[in-house]
Ligand binder design. Sequence first.
Ligand SMILES: C[S@@+](CC[C@H](N)C(=O)[O-])C[C@H]1O[C@@H](n2cnc3c(N)ncnc32)[C@H](O)[C@@H]1O
Length: 270
Amino acid sequence: MSVSTQTFAFVSDLVRQRSAIQLGPGKEYLVESRLLPLARAKGMNGPNAVDEYVSIVHNDQAALSAVVEALTTNETSWMRDVSPFQILREHVYPDRREKNRGDLRIWSAACSTGQEPYSIAMTLLDLPDSRFSIIATDLSKQVLEKAIRGEYTQFEMNRGLPAPMLVRYFRRSGTGWVIDQRIREKVTFRQHNLLGPVPCCGPFDVVFLRNVLIYFDQATKRAILERVSHVVAPGGYLFLGAAETPYDGGPNGWQRIDVVKGSVYRWQGA
Ligand SMILES: C[S@@+](CC[C@H](N)C(=O)[O-])C[C@H]1O[C@@H](n2cnc3c(N)ncnc32)[C@H](O)[C@@H]1O
């Protein structure tokens, strides 16, 4: 069972236009598996359920947004890759603290279900007298709703959360866990598409833009990095995913910071 050529062409165009995510040839299985639950929810159970579903949602904006959201990959975990949070605590936070006497402003872009911004908040709250606020954004309303609820299953908790942080910042809720108000109030969640203008509240001392540029083509990456460079404070920091760099044609003002392993860059101006 696979989607028709027309369905695949329609969905991949839609997703590219609205999120910049590239669904190249061979991704038909992904369209089929991600959209099947939407088709089933509408009572479509036949072998061509996804084709049938897509054919009736062409002019339904809410359904089209749900299709785009279903094609995003929301993989995330607590303290993902570990070293970025160590670098934040040991180098980036003390450096920005010297330059900015007010609250440090942090943007966690493409934050998925909240593990990234909450990991930043837990890391910084563990420091004495830390002062900061985080804006966390994602394209997908569904992941943001989960992030705002701050409720996680045992399986999700097992992915990277250090035991002392579990004890300090979570309490049991049914079979899962819920995050503490002290962490929650440090993070403001907003829906935001990286293809659009940058969100309010800059300039940012630190931007996390991790594990999302990989889904975009070169021109889109370049445009996003250009926009980010306009909202990073001079000397501010950019954290990318472990295998990502800002050098593939983006603005030239990023300097890699030479501390343990990690994709961390500092904005020195173009
Ligand atoms: C793999 S997750 C990365 C989550 C987190 N940054 C991390 O590294 O663990 C990628 C996220 O990017 C979001 N995303 C994809 N396209 C986007 C766009 N155009 N604008 C904003 N967010 C987008 C997805 O919804 C998804 O939650």
